[in-house]
Ligand binder design. Structure first.
Ligand SMILES: C[S@@+](CC[C@H](N)C(=O)[O-])C[C@H]1O[C@@H](n2cnc3c(N)ncnc32)[C@H](O)[C@@H]1O
Length: 220
């Protein structure tokens, strides 16, 4: 029987697994590369990232993809993750803001306050219909034309082995969600309400047989 991994469960888990989170590149990095290629970050003025974790993706964006004036706001429920992100992003400190926030409860960013919204490997651990709450918040925060960039574990896998891995992962999550950090394969594309978003890029990237969905969409 599956049970939700609550925001409190997530905070407790991620507060204790900072170093482990930095070792997830073996299945995340190929998807993150696809996301940066499609996300047009070079023209961004302000990036908001939900579930910024240790700041690994932020460091990549700030060092290689954002222009020198662009600002970055990282949000995460875990204080320990934010502490690690602050260390890592210290060279960019003047352009970086890190805030503790629970994405299931609305986000501390003003309406129209950013032109990019990023969520990598966080939609796949939100409980219940919280991913819809995040999508509504992304829509509120972005102005028309702003870009949403998301990656997650996915059930939309291609190929036999990736499909088996996704089903096995989902089964482990049903039995013991904490053993996989609350993450389970989901589908991102159905979260896009046609009245709110135009898809720009949608793909499944498989790394070491773990399938990730990569989605970029433009706010209408
Ligand atoms: C699987 S990690 C991914 C971290 C990073 N985005 C990456 O791709 O490496 C999930 C992150 O989301 C954060 N998180 C989990 N639930 C959250 C919530 N309800 N609100 C905000 N952050 C949350 C965790 O603390 C953790 O840093």
């Amino acid at each position: 029987m599956s049970r939700d991994f609550s925001p409190d469960d997530a905070r407790r888990y991620y507060d204790c697994h900072v170093a482990l989170q930095d070792r997830q590149g073996w299945y995340e990095d190929a998807a993150l590369a696809a996301l940066t290629a499609a996300g047009d970050f070079g023209t961004a003025a302000t990036v908001v990232e939900l579930g910024c974790g240790t700041g690994r993706f932020a460091e990549l964006l700030l060092a290689r993809h954002l222009n020198e004036e662009a600002r970055y706001v990282g949000l995460d429920i875990s204080g320990a993750m934010l502490d690690r992100a602050a260390q890592r992003l210290a060279p960019f400190a003047g352009r970086v803001q890190l805030v503790q926030a629970d994405g299931t409860r609305g986000l501390p960013v003003r309406t129209g306050g950013a032109d990019r919204f990023v969520a990598t490997y966080v939609m796949d651990l939100l409980p219940g219909d919280a991913a819809d709450v995040v999508m509504a918040e992304a829509h509120r925060i972005l102005p028309a034309g702003g870009l949403l960039s998301a990656a997650s574990l996915t059930r939309a896998s291609r190929g036999l082995r990736a499909g088996l891995v996704a089903r096995l992962w989902a089964a482990i999550h049903r039995l013991a969600p904490g053993s996989v950090g609350g993450c389970r394969p989901v589908r991102l594309a159905p979260l896009l309400r046609p009245a709110d978003w135009d898809p720009v890029h949608h793909d499944v990237v498989t790394s070491f047989s773990v399938p990730s969905e990569v989605l970029v969409a433009r706010r209408r």
